[in-house]
Design a protein around this ligand. Structure first.
Ligand code: C2E
Ligand code: CA
Ligand code: CA
Length: 411
């Protein structure tokens, strides 16, 4: 980063803080620093778009326009730069405002507690990067139900698989099936762009059946090659409302020669279900037949605890929003610990999703979490890549375990 070109705006109602922050920034080598003592003055600056700052340091507690109101104004002006929040408030308040800003695509580098330490400021600013021009990824567009129906019947949906590994040994215990749409024009389309459409247009049964049949076939191929992997499949609550779903799953597993114990069904509730009777009946029948049942995205959604009470799950997946970064965040850590404790007390397996980096992995190793999944371990991949990935991972996990700090030093 060329520090002399980064434009920084500091907003705080206390003249002393303004001077202090400006001096700290100067010492860090930033020369284009503007200071403002009120939100109104800062907005005047923003109304001349040529002088938009790349980074704003904003105090939350200001008499006229407070930090939340100021963030709202930034959103209305489509501010595309980054933000650092400064506050004497506790961590939770900082986080709520961060969430708010992030929900509107403002990059929040983090929060600073007063009194501000120069090291903390330097650390946050080090994360600043010039805004990316265009997403390399294709633009999202809305697909019609007809298009999706055609894709399903033409076999344009393909399964990717993401490994799940045991935290203590690194052993690969299973994979999660994640569907992708190989679109003739748009390339690879991710499920967030079409699962909702399938659910809303009565296509989810067809979709799940295709995914399931392909996954069972693949599970059989892996088993025949001597790879013992449990294969997880995502099922939507809507699937469970049809009473023949349990028979369909049982029949397909038998036809592919896959034992129920080698299959896990991951269930998420994405919207409120009025009538839980048939899902309950379907899931209970599947569990009786020894299929694994996993409660997905635990901690989000409508009624995770009630579901856990009513449905015989044998696995709980802690949602990635409570895992990634939990090592550095007390609130996440508390939620992670609570989910883990709940699963341990109920005697069910636990999978942490969203293990994105070395910190997350080390953190999991310091807790009693059974299994892990995430980009740090592997991204979802086509089935053909799995055997060579396992080979590489086995080497990598050995060096990870060897390089580990002694238990006292873990985060
Ligand atoms: P999910 O079941 O929670 O699956 C995990 C999602 O998180 C996947 O996104 C995966 O690629 C992504 N992921 C994995 N590791 C990491 C990580 O370390 N960090 C982050 N930030 N993300 C990670 P994907 O494949 O885009 O799937 C999105 C969602 O679509 C899934 O969320 C699942 O709810 C749904 N879905 C996928 N396949 C199917 C399916 O066949 N049927 C149904 N009903 N839903 C599906
Ligand atoms: Ca899942
Ligand atoms: Ca999830």
């Amino acid at each position: 980063m060329d520090k002399s070109t980064v434009r920084i705006l500091v907003l705080d109602d206390e003249p002393f803080m303004l001077k202090l922050l400006a001096r700290m920034l100067g010492n860090l080598g930033f020369s284009q620093v503007t200071i403002c003592d009120s939100g109104r003055a800062a907005l005047e600056l923003l109304d001349a778009p040529d002088s938009w700052p790349d980074l704003i340091l904003c105090d939350l507690n200001m008499p006229e326009m407070d930090g939340v109101q100021f963030v709202r104004q930034l959103v209305d002006r489509h501010y595309g730069g980054s933000l650092i929040l400064v506050s004497g408030e506790d961590e939770r308040v900082l986080q709520s405002v961060s969430k708010l800003a992030q929900a509107h695509q403002i990059t929040v580098l983090g929060g600073l507690n007063k009194p501000v330490k120069p090291e903390s400021l330097a650390e946050l600013i080090a994360q600043w990067a010039p805004p990316r021009q265009v997403r390399p990824h294709q633009a999202t567009r809305a697909y019609s139900a007809e298009e999706l129906a055609t894709a399903i019947s033409h076999g344009d949906l393909v399964n990717y698989y993401q490994p799940k590994v045991a935290v203590t040994t690194g052993q690969v215990v299973g994979v999660e099936t994640l569907v992708r749409w190989c679109h003739p024009q748009d390339g690879m389309v991710f499920p967030d762009q079409f699962i909702g459409i399938a659910e809303a247009n009565g296509l989810i049964d067809e979709l799940t059946r295709v995914v399931l049949v392909n996954a069972f076939r693949q599970a059989r191929v892996w088993r025949d090659a001597g790879m013992a992997l449990r294969v997880a499949i995502n099922v939507s609550m809507d699937n469970l409302a049809t009473l023949d779903f349990a028979d369909f799953v049982t029949g397909q597993a038998a036809a592919a020669g896959v034992a129920p114990g080698e299959v896990v069904l991951e269930v998420t509730e994405s919207r409120l279900m009025k009538d839980l009777r048939s899902p309950l009946e379907t899931l209970t029948r599947l569990r009786l037949k020894r299929f694994g049942l996993s409660i997905d995205d635990f901690g989000t959604g409508y009624s995770s605890l009630a579901q856990l009470r009513d449905i015989p799950f044998d696995e709980l997946k802690i949602d990635q929003s409570f895992v990634h970064g939990a090592w550095a965040d007390e609130t996440l850590r508390a939620m992670y610990d609570a989910s883990l404790g709940l699963a341990n007390q109920l005697g069910i397996d636990i999978v942490a999703e969203g293990v994105e980096d070395r910190h997350d992995w080390n953190f999991l190793r310091s807790t009693r979490c059974g299994f892990a999944q995430g980009y740090f371990i592997a991204r979802p991949m086509p089935p053909a890549e799995l055997p060579s990935w396992i080979e590489v991972w086995q080497g990598r996990v050995q060096s990870l375990l060897l390089a580990e700090p002694s238990s006292g030093e873990r985060p």
